[in-house]
Design a protein around this ligand. Sequence first.
Ligand SMILES: NC(=O)c1ccc[n+]([C@@H]2O[C@H](COP(=O)([O-])OP(=O)(O)OC[C@H]3O[C@@H](n4cnc5c(N)ncnc54)[C@H](OP(=O)(O)O)[C@@H]3O)[C@@H](O)[C@H]2O)c1
Length: 404
Amino acid sequence: MSTVLIIGAGGVGRVVAHKCAQQHETFSSICLASRTQSKCVQIANEIKEKTGRTIETAQVDADNVAELVALIQRVNPFMIINVALPYQDLTIMDACLETGTHYLDTANYEPLDEAKFEYSWQWAYRERFEQAGLMALLGSGFDPGVTNVFCAYMQKHHFDTLDYVDILDCNGGDHGYAFATNFNPEINIREVTSNGRYFENGQWIETAPMAIKKQFDFEQVGPKNMYLLYHEEMESLAINLKGVKRMRFWMTFGDAYLKHLEVFRNIGLDSIKPIMFEGREIIPIQFLKALLPDPASLGPRTVGKTNIGVIVKGTKDGKPVSRYIYNICDHQACYQETHAQGVSYTTGVPAMIGAMMMIQGHWMKPGVHNMEEFNPDPFMDALNAYGLPWSNIATDIDVDQLPE
Ligand SMILES: NC(=O)c1ccc[n+]([C@@H]2O[C@H](COP(=O)([O-])OP(=O)(O)OC[C@H]3O[C@@H](n4cnc5c(N)ncnc54)[C@H](OP(=O)(O)O)[C@@H]3O)[C@@H](O)[C@H]2O)c1
C-alpha cells in the first residue's frame, strides 16, 4: 500500500496512471503531475469513469528542483515514476535525494543541446542514492526495460553464455497520417537520426544512420525492413551480460517515414541548434514538433500490432542454443483499455510493473540500477498478468542470414 507520484501526462503517463489505478492494493494513492495540469485532469477524469477511483493531479515544472521538492513534500510518495522527458531525469533525481524518495524512469538522461544517449550522468548518482538508502530504477519501459529483463531471463534459465544478442523492435501500427511519431517527436527523431552503433568483441562499432538493413517476417505483423540503430539498453547490457560477443538493436521503419526524415534532415528541420526566426530564437526540431500530430492523439486512429523481442544465440551445457522471447501487442486493444496506442502502452505497463516490483520489495536495493540486475522472474510473471504476455520459443532464425 503506497503512494506514488507520476510526473508527465503524455501518452506514457496516461498508461501508467490507468494501470496504477487498476492496482489498488499496490498503489493506494496516486498523484499525477505535469507541466500542463489540464492534461492530468483529463486523464484523472477518464480513470474516474473507468475504475471509479479518484486520483490527485498537480502542476509542476520538473526542470525546477525547488518546485519538485515542494510537491514531493506535500504528496509524500514512496516513489516517483518519471515519465516526463529525458531532460528532466537529473532534476527529478536531485529532488528525490533531497526528500528521501525512490525513483524510476523509462529513458536515460539527455542534455537538451546534445543528442547523446548514455547512462554516465545517472550512474554518477550511484553513491548518493546508496548512501541515502534510496533506489533509482533506470529504463523501466519496453526498450529499454522489458528487453533487458528478457535478456536477464534467458541468462538465468536458458544459457550459460549469451554469445549473440539481437533486439528486434517492430511497430506494425498504422495511424493514417503521412508522418507522425509514436512518442515524443523530438526524442524520437533525435534517436533515429543519430549514428547507428553496435557492440562486438568488447568494442562499439559506429555506422551511418540507417546504413544496415535486414528484412524480417514478424509474427502477426508480416515482413518489414528493420534498420540497425543504437539503443540505450545495450550500454548496460554490454556490462551486465557476461561474455556477450555481439549485440545489435534493430527497429522497423516504412519507406514513407524514412523519406520524410531524409527531407527534414536535408533542410535542417531536425536540427537542435537554435536559429533566429522573425527576431526570436527557435529550435528547428521543436518547431517541427509543434507541426506534427501529438502522439497522445494517435490512440483512436492507430490499428495493427507491435512485436518486440530478443533473439539470443549461445550455449547451454556445452551445446549450441538459440531462443526468441517476444511480446505482441494490439494498438486498438491498448486504446480500449487506457485511451492510448500501443507504443505508449508497451512503455507504461513496464513502468507500472517496475514500481510494483519496488513497492512489493521484489526489487529493492539502494543505489542506481538497470533492469537486468534484478531477478527477472517476478517481472516476467507480472508482464503476463498485466497486459504484455510473452512467447518464449526455441528458434532457428539466424539474423545474419536474413535478406538485406
Ligand atoms: N523505454 C521505452 O520503451 C520508451 C518508449 C517510448 C517512450 N519512452 C519515454 O517515455 C517518456 C514519455 O514519453 P511520451 O511519449 O509520453 O512523451 P510526451 O507525450 O511528449 O509526454 C511528455 C510529458 O512530460 C511533460 N513534461 C515535459 N517537460 C516537463 C517539465 N519540465 N515539467 C513537467 N512535465 C513536463 C509534458 O508536459 P506538456 O504536456 O506540458 O508538454 C508531457 O505531459 C519519454 O521520456 C520517452 O523517452 C520510453
